[in-house]
Write a protein that binds this ligand. Structure first.
Ligand code: AMP
Ligand code: GLY
Length: 423
């Protein structure tokens, strides 16, 4: 059994607050640092390290100096940029995939080719390297059509076009602004789910599932965001469909990771749509989701630090025990998010109690009382209760009691499970 672990978490958002909080709660852990973290984390006992997530040289120096047992990477940018390769080359233990494997998230084309090779169900698609052939390719798809920019886009690189003109404009925009490849994809109809797998040397463990709410406004209106709220468990997901996800998607995916020689160590996030003809993958991410992590990790009843420790040490992975309560996370975002979020306004004091936790994201200043908005998503209110409806109600009672200026949140997080929204 691991003990006295000293852990470094890379990243600064609500996801990293949830990861660091969970690790710190483990009896195996003595210290959790977060680089760069955010000032809202300090009250949880997390130590901030003023280093950027891409400052690899300095992060390595810090990990060596502070005798860090292992590093947990939160965001995709650092993974795609090769933080794992760099740490390993420096003789340091780190949880996350290498840059090569991170292409599963970093390149839509790479991910789609992987799915094709290992026969994993996904949408029909075609990748194009130039505007002319992409425009011509439109005739091969029915409307609505999904247009994806190849490469990382923080959840904002996808257009779902209902008509030809919007589709043409989206394609032109990809090549004008990003100069990348474009992927045209069949539109899948069905509910969307997030499935997280901790993948180790020889085995893997599935974490509790969650549902994200990607669109900015209530009832899935408006543009896509990084995620406006999440909940877990998913009572509407039948045992049969879950089993189908495991046999048709998770198994062949993990098999593919091994066959491809990725030596994958880390979380694989599988974004699924439950279509009439079965579950299909719409994306792979090579990390935990934000804000799903804020509801998934609280529901893990076994020692999470032990699981990650076993993974980085190439030991057999211990089982994951799931708590039988529900969690709902509602994201508070700055007005104007995702297009042009306002910054600078003050946040009210967000008190925690045994049933409500606050995971902070883009905040500046000092807690408590002097935290200000510093970007898009500011914090998540996470309620844990015996069932989803009670958790939903607790989260919204809490939010409605706040005096939030310059901020907004969705009122329907969890509605797909409970049928209730709180407008
Ligand atoms: P992605 O960046 O691939 O996760 O896409 C962002 C969001 O667009 C997803 O969470 C879905 O809501 C939606 N989306 C992506 N691909 C498809 C698809 N083929 N069919 C339907 N919706 C999609
Ligand atoms: N919540 C979606 C994501 O983390 O990509």
């Amino acid at each position: 059994m691991a003990s006295n672990l000293r852990i470094l978490v890379i990243g600064s958002g609500g996801r990293e607050h949830a990861i660091a909080r969970k690790l710190l709660a483990s009896p195996s852990v003595s210290e959790v640092y977060c680089a760069p973290g955010n000032p809202g984390m300090v009250a949880t006992g997390i130590k901030l390290v003023p280093l950027g997530e891409l400052d690899f040289d300095q992060l390595i120096e810090f990990a060596k100096k502070q005798s860090i047992s292992w590093t947990f990477v939160g965001p995709e940018d650092a993974l795609v940029a090769g933080i794992v390769d760099r740490f390993q080359a420096a003789g340091l233990k780190i949880f996350g995939p290498t840059a090569q494997a991170a292409q599963l998230e970093g390149s839509k084309k790479f991910a789609l080719e992987f799915m094709q090779k290992y026969q994993i169900p996904t949408a029909r698609y075609q990748a194009y390297a130039d505007e002319q052939s992409a425009l011509a390719g439109l005739s091969n798809f029915e409307l609505p059509i999904v247009i994806k920019a190849d490469g990382l886009a923080a959840g904002k690189g996808v257009t779902i076009a209902q008509d030809q003109l919007t589709a043409q404009q989206a394609i032109k925009q990809v090549f004008e602004e990003r100069k990348q490849q474009v992927v045209l994809e069949e539109f899948l109809v069905g509910d969307e789910y997030s499935l997280f797998v901790v993948v180790g040397q020889t085995d893997y463990r599935i974490l509790p599932m969650a549902q994200d709410h990607k669109r900015v406004a209530d009832h899935d209106h408006g543009p896509n965001t990084g995620g406006m709220g999440a909940y877990s468990p998913l009572p509407q997901l039948s045992a049969e469909l879950y089993q189908q996800m495991l046999t048709e998607v998770v198994k062949p995916t993990v098999h593919g990771l091994r066959q491809a020689g990725f030596n994958y160590h880390g979380v694989l996030y599988i974004g699924l749509i439950a279509t009439k003809t079965g579950p299909k993958v719409i994306e792979y991410n090579v990390r935990l989701g934000d804000p799903e992590t804020q509801v998934v990790l609280p529901r893990i009843a076994s020692n999470f630090a032990e699981l990650i420790d076993a993974c980085v040490q190439d030991q057999p992975l211990p089982p994951v025990a799931v708590a039988d309560f529900a969690a709902v996370a509602v994201v508070i975002a700055a007005q104007g998010y995702p297009q042009s979020p306002q910054a600078g306004h003050k946040l009210p004091i967000l008190a925690e109690n045994s049933k409500i936790k606050i995971d902070y994201a883009n905040v500046a200043g000092q807690a408590p009382g002097n935290l200000t908005a510093n970007g898009g998503r500011l914090a998540a209110v996470i309620a844990s209760q015996p069932d989803l409806l009670t958790a939903q109600k607790a989260a919204y009672d809490y939010l409605n009691s706040l005096n939030l200026t310059g901020c907004f949140y969705r009122h329907d997080i969890g509605q797909k499970a409970t049928g209730k929204s709180f407008t």
